[in-house]
Structure formats: structure tokens, C-alpha cells
Design a protein around this ligand. Structure first.
Ligand SMILES: Cc1ncc(COP(=O)(O)O)c(C=O)c1O
Length: 384
């Protein structure tokens, strides 16, 4: 049997990982400024995370949601406290797409409506509704196509007001990333999020904060949407939640009442996933990783802004992007193969930095040194 070939691969096999570094099968060390696509929150193979998963595995890995699972309640309590959303309810699932799928569906159950507002360059996942609300026709299959999703320009307040004026009571939910990830690190304006909040209140729509990539402390606040000073009705979470263990969830405002059978999943909230998620929160708290993301992210961004070749350096905390001029279009590959540094990208020419929230200043400096050297080499090659 062969693998279904859907991923463009770098010819590298990673066999070990620790903190902000990974090693290939020849023992070559790489600095991980990509975090396996924003997934590594507390650092690769963190001791506490490994131990908590091992201990749980010795007791029980899985039993279905037909019995009481106390570790789910433990996770909900801790998550409520660290995110500042103590009065919200937690529903656990397994991936970012599934979290968004459940959020959109729940919103529709709540207000009995069908229309969803999403924005240009959005990415919400690859399942049915999540992909329909994703602004990339190339990944939407004919069966996913629907008239229920309205795409508006990102951060365009006039367009949002006009849409609510036209469709008013038909709108079920508005879904937005606090910082667009796949779209290229675009920050939702605080006034735009405030407007979403007030229009949703006025029209009975549900505000869904897709925090799958920008959430879980990455921005320097627990949710990137928090910068706007208003709360969403549903927050979706995944990537950083398990530090690589597949676990996801949605936080649901108290006004949305549950009903048996409304949502459900076989694997979501299993004991092992909850242990991994608790370990992440315990380390985030103990090692003050949100503060670290804020401080070292600000430092990194300031240093990047001083590099004249990099355009439009932007982001928050340890979610940073910058545009590359045409002459540096090979920078990502050069960093990976010549300087052994993983970074992320966004089309057409954006580099995305999504390292572990535990990235140290020394590691930030190590990255900056590699980056400036790689830029110099690319430039001098073009000048010969
Ligand atoms: C903002 C956002 N939402 C949803 C998803 C989908 O998450 P998953 O790949 O876990 O389904 C992603 C994945 O990149 C994402 O960045």
C-alpha cells in the first residue's frame, strides 16, 4: 500500500525533539521556529507532559462519553481559570476543523438560522461547514458548496454593517480568526471585533472566535480576540492545546444551553487527551509561557523590523509574519536546508513564525543570526 500523496514534503525525517529543537535521523539539529504548524506550545517532549501522559496510560487511556470522566471536569476548571472564561462550558473534540464544525452547528441550533459570515483569506478547516467557510475554492469539494456562507472583506466595517442590514435575522454566526494564520498573519482590528460583538448582539447572531491557531497563549494573551476587550460566544481551540497530542475543544457562553445528543464524538475528551491537555496548562502556568510569548515575541518582532529587507513585519506574541521581496523568495528553503531552521510560510511570499511559547531570547537570537546570514548569502549570490 502507498500513502495517499496529498502533502508536498521536505525530504527530512525527524526522529527526536526537545524544547525548541528537533533532530533528523542523522542527528542533525534544527531550530523549530514553526512548531509543527503552531502545535508545539510548551516545547517538544516536555518532561511533565511526557510523565502525565505515561501515568495516565498506566491507568486508563480511553473510555467513551457514556460514563463520568472526572479528568474532563479538572480540565474544564483549569482552562476556565487560565483563559479567564470561568463561566463558559467546555465541549471536547479532536481537531481544529471539528471544533469549528461543532461551533457553527451549535450556533445554528441556538438561533435556528442558516447563514454564516466569514472573511477573505480565512481558514477554518477541511470538513464540510468549516471548509465552506474557508476562503479557498481549491479545497472546497462540490459537495461542500453552500449558499449559506457569505464572505466579506477582512476588517471592512462598512461591508459588515451592510451585510447585517441586508440579511439581519437570517445570520446565524460570524466566524473570525483573531489573527489569520494560513491567510498570512493578518490581525483582526480591535474595532472590527467590537463591531462583530455589537452587531451579533443586536441581531441575535453568534460570534465565533476561531482560536485554533492564534489561541492558547500564542498571541501573548490566552485568546488573540481578547485584545478587543469583548467576549465571543464560542471560542474554538486545537493546535497548542495538546502540544502535539490530538485534542481540541470549544468554549461555549452560558447563554447557549446544552441538550442531550446535540453534539457528540467518540474520541473527544478521552482520558489520555485530557491528561495531555492538563499537562499543557500546568506547564503554561508554572513556566509563565504566555508572558514569555509576549516578551520574547515583542523582542523578536522589534529585531525583525530592523532588518530592511523584510517588509511589513507584523503579528502578536509568538505569531509573527513578514513579506519577502522577490529576490528573497528562496529564503524559507535556504533557512531549512543550509541553516537548519524550520519556519512556516503563507502564499505567496510570507514567512510565518510559530515557535514554541517557551522560545528563549537566546534561541530568538540564534534565529536572527541565521536569518541575517541567509539573507546576505541570497543577496550576494544575486550580485555575482
Ligand atoms: C485558524 C484555523 N482554524 C482551523 C484549522 C483546522 O485545524 P485542523 O487541521 O486541526 O483540523 C486550522 C489549521 O491550520 C487553522 O489554522
Amino acid at each position: 500500500m502507498t500513502l495517499f500523496d496529498v502533502y508536498p514534503l521536505n525530504n527530512i525525517t525527524i526522529t527526536n525533539a526537545k524544547g525548541s529543537y528537533v533532530w533528523d535521523q542523522e542527528g542533525v539539529q534544527y531550530l523549530d521556529m514553526y512548531g509543527g504548524h503552531a502545535v508545539i506550545s510548551i516545547g517538544h517532549t516536555h518532561q511533565h507532559w511526557v510523565k502525565r501522559i505515561e501515568d495516565q496510560l498506566e491507568k486508563i487511556a480511553f473510555y467513551s462519553n457514556s460514563v463520568v470522566i472526572p479528568i474532563q471536569k479538572e480540565l474544564a476548571l483549569k482552562l476556565g481559570r487560565l483563559s479567564g472564561k470561568e463561566d463558559y462550558q467546555l465541549f471536547l473534540c479532536n481537531s481544529g476543523a471539528e471544533a469549528n464544525e461543532n461551533a457553527l452547528k451549535l450556533a445554528s441550533f441556538y438561533n435556528g438560522r442558516k447563514k454564516i459570515i466569514a472573511f477573505s483569506k480565512s481558514f477554518h478547516g477541511r470538513t464540510s461547514l468549516a471548509v465552506a467557510a474557508t476562503d479557498n475554492p481549491a479545497i472546497v469539494a462540490p459537495v461542500n458548496e453552500t449558499d449559506n456562507v457569505i464572505f466579506l472583506p477582512f476588517n471592512d466595517e462598512a461591508a459588515l454593517k451592510a451585510c447585517f442590514a441586508e440579511y439581519g435575522k437570517e445570520i446565524s454566526s460570524v466566524i473570525i480568526e483573531g489573527i489569520q494564520g494560513v491567510g498570512g498573519i493578518n490581525i483582526a482590528n480591535e474595532s472590527f471585533l467590537q463591531l462583530i460583538r455589537s452587531l451579533c448582539d443586536e441581531h441575535g447572531a453568534v460570534y465565533i472566535a476561531d482560536s485554533v491557531q492564534c489561541g492558547y497563549g500564542r498571541s501573548g494573551r490566552f485568546f488573540a480576540h481578547d485584545f478587543a476587550g469583548v467576549t465571543a460566544d464560542i471560542y474554538t481551540m486545537a493546535k497548542g492545546m495538546g502540544n502535539g497530542f490530538p485534542v481540541a475543544g470549544i468554549l461555549i457562553a452560558p447563554k447557549i444551553q446544552p441538550k442531550h445528543g446535540m453534539l457528540g464524538t467518540t474520541f473527544g475528551g478521552n482520558q489520555l487527551a485530557c491528561a495531555a491537555a492538563l499537562a499543557v496548562l500546568e506547564v503554561m502556568e508554572e513556566e509563565r509561557l504566555i508572558e514569555n510569548a509576549k516578551t520574547n515575541g515583542a523582542y523578536l518582532m522589534e529585531q525583525l523590523k530592523a532588518i530592511p529587507e523584510l517588509k511589513n513585519v507584523r503579528g502578536r506574541g509568538l505569531m509573527i509574519g513578514f513579506d519577502l521581496p522577490e529576490e528573497l523568495k528562496d529564503l524559507k528553503k535556504k533557512l531549512l536546508f543550509d541553516f537548519k531552521v524550520f519556519t512556516g510560510e503563507a502564499k505567496p511570499n510570507v514567512i510565518r513564525l510559530l515557535p514554541s511559547l517557551a522560545l528563549s531570547k537566546k534561541q530568538a537570537d540564534e534565529f536572527l543570526a541565521s536569518l541575517t546570514e541567509a539573507i546576505d548569502e541570497l543577496k550576494s549570490k544575486q550580485n555575482v
